[in-house]
Design a protein around this ligand. Structure first.
Ligand code: PMP
Length: 451
């Protein structure tokens, strides 16, 4: 670990951090030659692992031809091919793609296009947005206003939009009552949206946004069956646009190209990023329904939005190859198979662990919620800073996992998010479980001494 003070402002100046120098499949290698199994794909990004030969080949070839042609002047083959691929495989009704450089930009675009849509169709009074507590939609001001990650919002609250409102998340482990089925709970949770729309005034609400499977804020929480269908019905009833944020859960992570396919629900706007370029290039996108495109085409004619790097040539070519590898190597099948194996292996090892409250997920998107007491679901004291300790200890063990402290009913809950590359095999699963076990044993023993 190099401990020299750093001038990079997005890291703590004196926090020891390994220097990454190379990638090799599911591993990152540091300057001292130590190998780290990337069990979280960084922040659920690197879905093809590192230094993938086909992606490297495309990148070299594209740079040799043309790295960047500004999309205000030119279209390019990689850009058109990627748009076709995303739309050909998209949920019903999504007809065009707006490219950006990452997740926050995709959500900003969705907020702005929702607003423009209602202006175009003469419903200017629709300015309000609804999202859920325990959600994360990005760190730019619009996306941060929309999201419900209280820790990330707190400091910036005075700058955040007052147009954003929040309802409860769909979080069965914490909120499902003992005497209700999953479906009953899903309906109850979804109906909060209807109540909120009525409270705000139905003709003032523009859009509702949610992650079909919540990622970083709560440690992989899939919607229960029927929840998203009911959400769609409510949005339709009140003319509210539905935005799915699949920045983390989309592009194959759950075993489906788009996570909402599994729920059989199509949104009006669908935001993707992370797995789209698999970390080889920064790229995101917003898929837009025909209804919205038509209103804009027939109205002012253009979406009043854009960024310099949208439709970046190298990023488009790279993302296209990432998606071709996923398709041609049948990786979605591997995601479903290995996801089940990973969850089963975690269940076997940690299923009865006193401090493991819940193991959940879809495909290779897996969350482990840690609790001080399994029986009462009591959360750990936030002062213990367990999530940071887990990250550091896991790195020491040669494992990248993505621990976080979400908010559970106003208290801090600790979770570990796993999102390994789609190419993992059984040996990687065994390595994840072993290294995680050593990490948890050490960190939790230390926490016990402090407590
Ligand atoms: N939405 C979700 C669901 C995310 O997980 C993230 C990133 N963690 C974002 C939006 C923001 O993406 P970015 O960091 O690329 O701006």
């Amino acid at each position: 670990m190099s401990g020299t003070p750093s001038r990079v402002f997005h890291r703590l100046p004196n926090e020891p951090m390994p220097t990454a120098v190379a990638g090799d499949g599911c591993y990152i290698i540091d300057a001292e030659g130590k190998r780290y199994l990337d069990a979280s794909g960084g922040a659920a990004v690197s879905c093809l692992g590192h230094s993938h030969p086909a992606v490297r080949k495309t990148m070299h070839e594209q740079i040799d031809k043309l790295a960047f042609a500004y999309s205000g002047f030119f279209t390019t083959e990689p850009l058109e091919e990627l748009a076709d691929y995303l739309i050909d495989n998209a949920p019903d009704g999504l007809e065009r793609v707006f490219f950006v450089s990452g997740g926050s930009e995709a959500l900003e675009s969705a907020i702005k296009i929702a607003r423009q849509y209602f202006v175009e169709i003469g419903q200017k009074q629709r300015t309000k947005l609804i999202a859920r507590r325990q959600s994360y939609h990005g760190n730019t001001l619009g996306a941060l206003s929309l999201g419900g990650n209280m820790a990330r919002r707190e400091l910036y609250q005075p700058l955040l939009s007052e147009n954003a409102h929040h309802i409860a998340p769909c979080y069965a482990y914490r909120h499902q009552h003992h005497d209700e089925t999953e479906e009953e709970y899903g309906l109850r949770a979804a109906n909060e949206l209807e109540a909120k729309i009525i409270e705000l005034g139905p003709d003032t609400v523009a859009a509702f946004a949610c992650e079909p499977v919540v990622g970083a804020t709560a440690g992989v929480v899939p919607a229960v069956p029927g929840y998203l269908k009911r959400i769609r019905e409510i949005c339709d009833k009140y003319g509210v646009l539905l935005i799915f944020d699949e920045v983390m859960c989309g592009m194959g992570r759950t075993g489906y190209l788009y996570a909402c396919e599994e729920d059989g629900v199509a949104p009006d706007l669908l935001c993707i990023a992370k797995g789209l370029g698999a970390g080889y290039q920064p790229i995101g996108a917003m898929l837009v329904s025909g209804r919205i495109c038509k209103a804009i085409d027939e109205g002012s004619g253009a979406f009043m939005h854009g960024h310099t790097y949208m439709g970046h040539t190298l990023a488009s070519a790279t993302a296209m190859t990432v998606q071709k590898v996923i398709r041609d190597d049948n990786l979605l099948e591997n995601v479903r198979l290995r996801g089940e194996q990973l969850r089963a292996a975690l269940q076997e090892r940690f299923g009865n662990h006193h401090h493991v409250g819940d193991i959940r997920g879809r495909g290779l998107f897996v969350g482990i919620e840690l609790v001080a007491d399994r029986a009462t679901k009591q959360t750990f004291d936030p002062k213990l800073g367990l999530h940071n300790k887990i990250r550091l200890k896991a790195m020491e063990e040669g494992l990248m996992c993505y621990p976080g402290a979400g908010t559970v009913d106003g208290r801090n809950g600790v979770h570990i998010l796993l999102a390994p590359p789609f190419i993992i095999d059984e040996s990687h699963i065994a390595e994840i479980v072993e290294k995680l076990d050593r990490t948890l044993t050490s960190v939790l023993a230390e926490a016990k001494q402090v407590a």
